[in-house]
Design a protein around this ligand. Structure first.
Ligand SMILES: [Zn+2]
Ligand SMILES: [Zn+2]
Length: 127
């Protein structure tokens, strides 16, 4: 991958947040630094970064989001505000259960926990 000022700026924006943003959100931030950048350029660079394993793609309910946290981790998604939080959980027994299944050879897994985040919980309590 050639070095690119635009891609560096995009990666920096993504590394500076843990909100698992969409390309549009990243675009709105990167534009502050590079006003003439286009959404298409942001998409293209995000895909290059993901293909180069510098960031991760997250598919969530039809939305494509991005994550600069490359450690194996899982996600909590709030069904109310769509916020995604990182989960650090050990799934005890899952590795064995997967490798004991001889119908496939697993190369990884992902878990999505859904629910209502604390902020949304407080909001509904106030009503
Ligand atoms: Zn929420
Ligand atoms: Zn994450």
């Amino acid at each position: 991958m050639r070095k690119s000022k635009q891609r560096d700026a995009i990666l920096q924006v993504l590394q500076g947040t843990d909100s698992h943003p969409t390309a549009e959100w990243i675009f709105s931030r990167v534009r502050r630094e590079i006003p003439n950048i286009s959404l298409g350029t942001v998409y293209r660079n995000l895909n290059q970064l993901a293909d180069g394993h510098l960031i991760q793609r997250i598919f969530d309910d039809g939305h494509l989001r991005f994550d600069a946290n490359l450690h194996r981790h899982d996600h909590f998604r709030c069904i109310h505000c769509q916020r995604i939080l990182d989960l650090e959980v050990e799934l005890v027994g899952l590795d064995e259960a997967i490798s004991d299944d001889d119908r496939f050879n697993a190369t990884g897994y992902s878990l999505e926990v859904t629910g209502v985040c604390n902020e949304c919980q407080h909001e509904t309590e106030e009503i």
